[in-house]
Design a protein around this ligand. Structure first.
Ligand code: 7RM
Length: 646
């Protein structure tokens, strides 16, 4: 509730400048009209689907909705790679930059729509030659290199759903995801660059594929040139396969509801959920939102800093941006290499006009000092975006002043892996912004603040964010788990989607998102389940029990604190902490490494044996507990943990 209080004090309002308004893709009048037509979502989205995409065959019905199952544009036929590449390559955009890529060491590549067209078709043929057919799954485990975008588009061209596994995940995580999706082929690289050093990826794939019965082939991009083992009959180099592949591969005419991709995301239990998205609705959603919210124009140089391994990269580095025929910047490495000004250097050199990043990055830059952005000419920028977490008003103001020179609208966009595209957001030429608020729903999207029983909560009280009507980018299921899909998202209220975030609205109807209400932690904009980290910790021989909580952190939004009970006779010392950090990195990846490990003899539990994370959260934050402790089995455990604290 403290969050609500502090946010309510934020009274500043920023109006779009007349100059911006005049040139905006959507002005106030358009937005008024779209909101009206969006009262019936299928009416608005059908108009957008027609206007913004090319279809081989028109759909019969815009929406078939029987909660929780939606079909958007069913019977309609289209192809994502055709919409993202062919239609631009066949126009004056043939020699326009589709992708501006920069590697961490400073090497660069500019790929035109014409070149992209060729390479996507070639790689489609490579996939086909490896036995990939329509409906087969392909795992992509790659650094941020153009080949990743090419592989994604090639998958969509032949109707093979991709499953991208973030390159920071461990071999074990990759294996679980490959097996859950039943992928036939993995595309990877020898490695990539981070913080000035090459890191290896292919050995992790080899380790994962020791126990992946469905994998038939591994394609490896040569990125670092480090020595890499290749297995005869299973492994092929990307460049060898491409050299002999034909550059003609007609796009498959796919039904709008054909599966497009699976993306794994953390849930409250240990096993990640394979979020499934389909073709026509998803592409309509991301293409329309990208055009309206980022105000994309042909002259723009758009840069979203997200890794493609996360949903933001799928929707707003690749699909939504290329579908609009825009130029997308892709950067391989860390924001602070070789110096703290790398991002500002990229913006200046490429003349970036639209910049979309996360609050965690913004907070890092604030800490690093204003001299770094101020040492660069950032005057090309005309619009800024934020995603992944609530942005605190101070960070918003800094972003506006220091990066935007007070002339760039900021779009604070709320959405999720599950929603596919942006849901709550300002429209930069039409909606006044307030620092810390994602403002209003996108036209055709309907949200409310509800209580547990589904009653609408009156402003300014906080409650649960709810999406009350279907939208085209909505997830169509959890891969292989219908029951979990229903239970997780559709069981709290009838026919209404439960995103799991807390929020409130102010007197103007603006949404203020307060973050996750469950046990999923948001580390630098990445969702990590407490259970996943706990399972990793207890999988170590020396650990008896572990509980993990998030504590607010200035830089990463949330920091992981692990309470660990060692097995009897084990020395709980600094060396063991180090061992455990290494173990978590191996099991899940460095992103899930606890910031702090505290050893304890016992964990606070309910009588039924459930760990009371709420109490641990308070202890991790150094707060007095005010909540209910009547279910606590043994209060002395908490007293002991608190005593250890000081
Ligand atoms: C796009 C993405 C989703 C969760 C979501 C929220 C939080 C994302 C904002 C935000 C406040 C925002 N997908 N979140 N954007 N909270 N304001 N603008 O991040 O699936 O990885 O995470 O992220 O809690 O439920 S995600």
């Amino acid at each position: 509730m403290a969050d609500i209080e502090s946010l309510l004090k934020e009274k500043r309002v920023f109006k779009p400048s007349p100059e911006f308004r005049k040139q905006a893709n959507w002005n106030k009048k358009d937005v008024r009209e779209f909101r009206k037509s969006g009262e019936k979502p299928e009416r608005f989205w059908a108009k957008m689907a027609k206007e913004n995409l090319d279809w081989f065959t028109p759909w019969k019905k815009a929406l078939e909705w029987k909660a929780p199952n939606a079909k958007w544009f069913a019977g309609g036929k289209l192809n994502v790679s055709y919409n993202c590449v062919d239609r631009h390559a066949n126009s004056w955009r043939k020699n326009k930059a589709a992708i501006i890529w920069e590697g961490e060491p400073g090497d660069t590549r500019v790929i035109t729509y014409g070149e992209l067209h060729r390479e996507v078709q070639q790689f489609s043929n490579v996939l086909k030659s490896l036995g990939v057919k329509k409906g087969d799954r392909v795992a992509l485990y790659m650094p941020m290199v153009p080949e990743l975008a090419i592989a994604m588009l090639a998958c969509t061209r032949i109707g093979a759903p991709h499953s991208i596994v973030f390159g920071g995940f461990s071999a074990e995580s990759l294996r679980d995801r490959i097996n859950d999706a039943g992928a036939k082929v993995v595309v990877t690289a020898d490695g990539g660059y981070r913080r000035g050093e090459p890191f290896a990826l292919k050995p992790m794939v080899d380790e994962a594929c020791e126990a992946t019965p469905t994998i038939q082939a591994i394609v490896t991009v040569k990125r670092t040139g480090e020595p890499t083992a290749m297995k005869d009959g299973r492994d092929v180099w990307w460049h060898d396969a491409m050299a002999t592949a034909s550059a003609k591969c007609p796009p498959a005419k796919l039904d709008a509801e054909h599966p497009l991709f699976i993306l794994y995301t953390s849930g409250t239990t240990g096993k990640p959920k394979g979020i499934l998205h389909t073709t026509g609705g998803y592409l309509t959603h991301v293409t329309t939102t990208a055009k309206a919210i980022f105000d994309l124009k042909d002259e723009d140089v758009y840069w979203c800093t997200a890794d493609i391994g996360w949903i933001t990269g799928h929707s707003y580095v690749v699909y939504g941006i290329l579908a609009n025929g825009a130029t997308t910047v892709m950067y391989e490495g860390t924001p602070t290499h070789p110096g703290p000004d790398r991002f500002w250097d990229i913006i200046e050199r490429w003349g970036v006009t639209i910049f979309y990043t996360a609050p965690t990055a913004i907070r890092t830059f604030i800490r690093l000092g204003d001299e770094h952005p101020k040492g660069h000419d950032l005057s090309s920028l005309r619009l800024l975006g934020s995603v992944g977490e609530p942005i605190n008003p101070e960070a918003w103001i800094w972003y506006n002043k220091v990066i935007g020179n007070r002339k760039c609208p900021i779009v604070d966009t709320w959405w999720q892996t599950e929603t596919g595209g942006i849901m709550i957001t300002p429209l930069p030429g039409a909606v006044d912004t307030k620092p810390g608020s994602a403002t209003l729903t996108f036209p055709g999207v309907h949200a409310a603040i509800l209580d547990e029983d589904g009653n609408e909560v009156k402003p300014p009280d906080g409650g649960l964010l709810a999406i009350t009507k279907p939208w085209p980018g909505m997830l169509r299921g959890i891969w292989g788990d219908k029951k979990r899909f229903k239970e997780t998202y559709w069981s709290k209220w009838k026919g209404t989607y439960f995103p799991g975030d807390g929020a409130h609205r102010d007197k103007d109807g603006y949404f203020w998102i307060m973050g996750r209400i469950d046990d999923v932690m948001n580390i630098s904009g990445h969702r990590i389940g407490t259970m996943e980290v706990e399972s990793a910790l207890v999988s170590h021989d020396d650990v008896a029990e572990a509980a993990v909580v998030g504590r607010p952190d200035e830089i990463t939004g949330t920091a992981i604190v692990a309470f660990v009970t060692p097995r009897g006779g084990i020395n709980a010392d600094e060396a063991m902490k180090k061992t455990l950090l290494g173990h978590v990195t191996k099991e899940i990846g460095a992103i899930a490494k606890p910031k702090e490990i505290r050893f304890t003899d016992a964990l606070p539990k309910t009588r039924s044996g459930k760990i009371m994370r709420r109490l641990l959260r308070d202890i991790a934050e150094g707060k007095e507990s005010v909540g209910d402790t009547t279910t606590l089995e043994d209060y002395s455990v908490v007293a002991k943990l608190r005593a250890d604290d000081d």
